[in-house]
Write a protein of this length. Structure first.
Length: 244
């Protein structure tokens, strides 16, 4: 805004506008976080679901492997029974000895397989516990997510109601802005939001900390509309420093 323009505006109006824009910015930020919070909760549920599904698949694979070994054991036992039957009809000592060696070898293999089956069954029990824990954890996560969604949606509705109220307050307050300053105000606030206004902090701009000249400070004390020469924000003297 050119320095020669002498638009008078009370600093309390700019301070109020700044406060409202900060509120709008804060409320808008909180509202934007609501869907992200819900999505983060959903991600935890999805991860819990993956853990449960992986546990189920691991359990299923272990059961199938154990079942296969049990079938293999039964097949070998049937084979041993058949070989034992052949012992009675062995045509020679050599055949008898070969049958005995085969039976002994299959029995030894079955002992190893039986041990593997027992270990497999114990492992399956452990996997069943993991599936149960994963399922219980998923149930907990889903319940927490349902509560979270309900809470966040209620909070979002409250925030949107408050935002609507604050936006109405802004419209009413903006009616006090001088018409000659309205175009610049609209342009800058639409581009920068709350950063379009800044209090004077000591002898500096409270937005960018640029040191202000004595001339600018004096013009501010005269309630003239001044913009920071560095960040272009509308400057105002905080109420605590205003001379009454």
């Amino acid at each position: 805004m050119p320095a020669e323009n002498r638009i008078e505006i009370h600093p309390s109006l700019l301070q109020k506008l700044h406060r409202i824009h900060r509120q709008i910015s804060d409320l808008t930020s909180q509202i934007a976080r609501c869907p992200r919070q819900i999505q983060a909760g959903k991600a935890m549920v999805d991860e819990g679901s993956k853990v449960r599904d992986t546990a189920k698949e691991t359990h299923k694979t272990a059961v199938l492997a154990c079942d296969a070994k049990q079938l293999q054991l039964q097949s070998r036992e049937d084979k041993i029974t058949g070989l034992e039957g052949k012992l009675k009809t062995a045509a020679s000592n050599k055949e008898f000895s070969l049958l005995k060696e085969q039976i002994a070898a299959d029995q030894q293999a079955n002992e190893v397989l039986s041990d593997e089956i027992l270990e497999g069954l114990e492992h399956i029990d452990q996997l069943e516990n993991e599936v149960q824990k994963a399922s219980e954890n998923l149930d907990r996560l889903e319940e927490e997510q349902r509560d979270r969604v309900k809470e966040i949606e209620a909070k979002q509705q409250q925030l949107e109601t408050e935002l609507s109220r604050i936006e109405s307050e802004l419209k009413e307050t903006e009616k006090d802005i001088p018409a000659s300053a309205m175009a610049d105000y609209r342009r800058i606030t639409e581009a920068r939001g709350e950063d379009a206004l800044a209090p004077v902090d000591g002898e500096s701009c409270g937005g960018c900390y640029q040191t202000l000249t004595t001339q600018l400070i004096d013009r501010l004390r005269m309630s003239l509309l001044i913009r920071c020469p560095s960040c272009n924000a509308f400057l105002y003297t905080p109420e605590s420093r205003q001379v009454t």
